[in-house]
Ligand binder design. Structure first.
Ligand SMILES: [Zn+2]
Length: 495
């Protein structure tokens, strides 16, 4: 086994060039790196989120209507996912635009960002939903000017009303799909994923007892608004539960929703006058919950897309005092001003970002994300490089199923961001690789035994057919994956 100590784990990936690694009597001569990690993914919850008709390639309303008219029914339902806000061309998301092609079938269509869904009248009736509701979190059932339910369910609590009655695949089917998915992830070079939800631990445990999980999973259960002391203590108790290649580590919060959905928490409203509310109706209750978990030694990760949301997380971490350096992280950070960028390194707050999401915006800023934010804020799209240059730890991921899980696409888009972010400098090849290796280790609090190749470290390795640091980004995106090893087990062997 090749060993080399990195001088500074936050800065340096051991460069093991053309080394031979022996496993199970087989010898391979490739460029072997410490295993790639997706720092934000939903492989278990996503099995449900990515159920039914894949609408991600639909571009306009005509395309959506045609896809729905031809859609296969699942127990009478039309279920779809990956629907882009841009399909509606700026119109309000409304069931009236699709109901006539569905023949009265109940339909549940997830918007691509995972933060809202469009359902039909039949679906609302099946769930017993007849009018607006109020929730403990910032979530609502959208209505039109006449007070009619449009079928647009905004944020988790609203989506759950109908989501809970959807037909579910059997346990056996889910077990098979989980193994298939994790194997496909390993085939792109992934050895680990930071799972930003609780998933279904019984399912994961059952699979892990039967077979070797191809990708190491680290689950961060959600803490939602309204959580009392008992709920927080329950989250503390869950920490460390695990088995081979899986464990619970950390807690996930939401401070806002998404820009496209009008639920990002912004310092100034978007072009529709939306985006001025936090997901926690009382943001100070969020800070109290983080402080409680921090005292219990629990790492937190907070979804914060808008500038006001990110600022609130920074302020909260600043209030924690000793022990907070590199113990907490922010997910997404899609548009922030200079003064916010500068605070990350000083506070040791980890930035966790998903470069493939830049592909949902357009360089000419004609997309929903850019239009809502306006030119000034859209010009600050995904400041990966600025955060790195300011000294922050920047961990990278895909947020599958929001974007494809392919680790090579994460590396490539981190170097050449798309759409509204394409005018900004991307990361260097080394910085991108660090985002999925050393910085991934730091983001999980595992830097002492993960994220590089060294004695006593995890035997998680990825062998690509080229050097991801020096090869051009577009070649990295297509790189052959020769070998993926998780916990000393070969979980993928390429051609
Ligand atoms: Zn996510």
């Amino acid at each position: 086994m090749y060993r080399r100590e990195a001088r500074d784990p936050a800065r340096t990936v051991p460069r093991a060039t053309y080394i031979a690694v022996g496993f199970l009597g087989l010898f391979y001569a490739f460029i072997v790196w410490t295993g790639l990690v997706d720092c934000h993914s939903h492989p278990v919850w996503g099995l449900e989120m990515a159920t039914g008709l894949d609408l991600s390639s639909v571009r306009d309303l005509g395309g959506l209507r045609a896809a729905l008219a031809a859609a296969e029914r699942i127990d009478g339902w039309v279920i779809g996912f990956g629907l882009d806000h841009n399909v509606f061309g700026g119109r309000p998301v409304d069931r009236a635009l699709i109901e006539d092609v569905l023949d009265g079938a109940p339909a549940f269509l997830r918007l691509y960002d995972g933060h809202s869904a469009l359902v039909t009248d039949a679906a609302l009736r099946a769930a017993g939903v007849t009018g607006p509701r109020t929730f403990a979190q910032r979530s609502h059932l959208a209505t039109d000017a006449d007070g009619r339910l449009t079928g647009h369910l905004v944020e988790h609590a609203a989506m759950d009303l109908v989501g809970e009655i959807l037909p579910r695949p059997s346990h056996t089917e889910r077990r098979t799909r989980l193994v298939e998915l994790l194997s496909a992830m390993a085939a792109t070079g992934l050895t680990g994923a930071h799972v930003m939800d609780l998933g279904d631990l019984d399912l994961v445990d059952a699979v892990a007892r039967e077979t070797v999980l191809p990708v190491r999973l680290r689950f961060a259960p959600w803490c939602m608004p309204g959580a009392d002391k008992d709920a927080l203590e329950e989250l503390v108790t869950l920490q460390g539960r695990g088995g081979r290649h899986w464990r619970v580590g950390g807690v996930k919060f939401f401070m806002d929703g998404t820009v496209e959905g009008g639920t990002a928490w912004l310092e100034h409203p978007d072009c529709h006058g939306q985006g001025t509310d936090a997901f926690w109706p009382d943001p100070s209750a969020y800070s109290d919950a983080v402080r409680h978990l921090h005292r219990a030694g629990v790492r937190t990760a907070t979804h914060a897309i808008g500038d006001a949301a990110v600022r609130h997380v920074l302020d909260t971490v600043e209030s924690l005092g000793p022990g907070s350096h590199l113990a907490h992280r922010v997910e997404h950070i899609e548009s922030v001003p200079d003064d916010t960028v500068g605070r990350f390194a000083g506070l040791g707050l980890i930035a966790s970002m998903q470069p493939p999401h830049t592909g949902y915006t357009r360089a000419d800023r004609s997309d929903e994300w850019s239009l809502r934010l306006g030119d000034e804020r859209a010009s600050r799209a995904w400041r990966l490089r600025d955060l790195r240059d300011a000294g922050a730890v920047v961990a990278l991921g895909s947020d599958w199923p929001i974007a494809h899980y392919d680790a090579r696409a994460v590396l490539a888009t981190a170097r050449t961001p798309r759409g509204a972010a394409s005018a900004r400098a991307g990361l260097t090849g080394l910085q991108a690789l660090e985002g999925c290796t050393t910085h991934a280790g730091l983001a999980a609090g595992e830097a002492a035994f993960a994220g590089r190749i060294a004695e006593g470290f995890r035997a998680d390795l990825t062998a690509l057919g080229l050097d991801p640091v020096d090869a051009p980004a577009d070649e990295v995106a297509e790189a052959p994956v020769r070998l993926t090893v998780t916990g000393g087990q070969i979980v993928h062997r390429g051609a």
